[in-house]
Each structure stands twice: as C-alpha cells, then as structure tokens.
Design a protein around this ligand. Sequence first.
Ligand SMILES: *[C@@H]1O[C@H](CO)[C@@H](O)[C@H](O)[C@H]1NC(C)=O
Ligand SMILES: *[C@@H]1O[C@H](CO)[C@@H](O)[C@H](O)[C@H]1NC(C)=O
Length: 264
Amino acid sequence: MLHANELALVNLRATDSRKTKMKSCCLLVLLICGAQAQSVAIEAAPGADVHGTIHTELDKTVSLLCRALEEGAELVWRRNGAVVSLKAENQRGNSSVCVTPVLHEDNGATFSCHLGKNATVRDAVTLNVTFPPVLSGSEEVSVEEKSPLVLSCQTFANPPVSPPLWTLNGSTVDLQAGSFSVTNDGSTSRLSCGAVDRGLHEGRYQCTVDSPLHGTRTRVFRVTVTDKTTKFPLTPIIAGVVVVFLTGVFAIFSRWSTITKCCK
Ligand SMILES: *[C@@H]1O[C@H](CO)[C@@H](O)[C@H](O)[C@H]1NC(C)=O
Ligand SMILES: *[C@@H]1O[C@H](CO)[C@@H](O)[C@H](O)[C@H]1NC(C)=O
C-alpha cells in the first residue's frame, strides 16, 4: 500500500501546468486522507476533560492507551518530553502506559504519544493531581529564654491554599507585639522570633489553612520557654586566664629579683 504522502508526490510529478486546479483539488483530498491515516489518539481512564487534562488524586492509577489509525505503526510515549521505555510488543499499533501510584511529581506532567516515524503526529494529556496540605497533629516545643523560635507549617497542596492563619492562645498572632516575622514560600509557612521571652511567647500556637477541596487543616505547637542555662561557662575560663597571667607576672618578677640580686 502506498503511503498518503508518497501518493501526493506521485500525483505532483504526473501533473502538468494545465491541470493545476485539479492537482490542488486532489492534493487537498490526499492531505485530508493523509491526516486521517496518520492520526494517533489517547484513550484515558479516568477520561480527560476538553482541555486534555486528567483529574486524579495521589496514590490513584491512571491508564493511558494510545492508538494509531495506521495498523502496526510504531508508537513512542513521552513523559514531559522524555521517552518512556516500553516493551517491544507494546509499541505497535496500540501502546499503553500506566501511571501507578500517582505521585506528587505527576502533577502537571504531560504524557504524549506520537508516531515513531513522525513526531508531529501526536496526542497528549496532562495530569492534574490534587493533594491536601500535610497539616495535622500537635508538637511540643521547648525553647530557652532569649533563644530563637521557629515554627513551620507545610502548606504545599493542590489546589494551592492561601497562607495560613497563625494564632497564639486562640487569638491571631500579634506580629509586632511579639517581634514575630512570617515567611511563606508557597510550600511552607514559618513563624519566627529572634529571642523568646516567656511572658510574650509561651503558649499554644496553631497554624490553620483552608483548602477549597480538602477543608480546614490545623497543626498545634505547645511552646514552653525554659530558663536560660549557661551553656559556655565563661567565669572559670576568665579566672583560669587570670591565674596563668599572674603566674607569669610572678615568674618574671622573681626572675627579675634574682637578676637584680646577681647584678648587685
Ligand atoms: C508528519 O506529519 C505531518 C502531519 O500529518 C505532515 O504535515 C508532515 O509532512 C509529516 N512529516 C513527515 C516527514 O512525514
Ligand atoms: C497562653 O496561655 C498560657 C496558659 O493559660 C499562659 O501560661 C501563657 O502565658 C499565655 N501566653 C500568652 C503569650 O499570653
């Protein structure tokens, strides 16, 4: 069987200038036929939406089947442009890939399938993996007076969540009064303070996010401020240094006295 493109070439060669009209007409027909003969299509479970997006969740399975209209045509699968290695028997006519379990990093991944002989004949789907923020439970935090305090909340989620609300003993944290600072980098929110003061900083902290899909998630931190312990005992060291210094002075002094004695 002649290939559609080859047919077009044969047709071009056989046509003289007087048949231009007829030629372009035939070409058009051939191009349409060619486009059909060269198509590939992806069938997905769960199915893709009109934008070619498959909506799924963490740990689920997505099956993709690529079909070439041309029987036995070699097919190539790519994930974000990188070729997916497949067994030889899974590369001709029909080719399937299975994404299982679905992971965080599959979110936004594009799976495309194209003809081995012509990469422009392709179809593609993109995964949208929803996952909740990993935010729950409680934590005991013990911090020494005047030491820094840093509380972190994981806010990484799809759909994304707004920065969390930080509370202390049930009220919104007063950043200014407690000399706190908050940073949000899209995946983690950090509440920090350079030097804790028991009266200002001890208590029950809570970090709360609202997800349109997964509801409200909270993490609790019970912060206790302990008395300052001197980790580095400076006083004995200073005393030691003084002793060494004085011994030296006395040594020189007694040496000096013997020298002066000698000179007399
Ligand atoms: C690949 O396919 C496209 C679309 O069907 C076509 O326009 C193009 O000429 C083909 N290229 C080759 C090298 O066959
Ligand atoms: C928060 O509540 C605890 C327990 O009632 C209390 O000891 C602490 O001082 C409170 N913290 C602040 C900053 O008011």
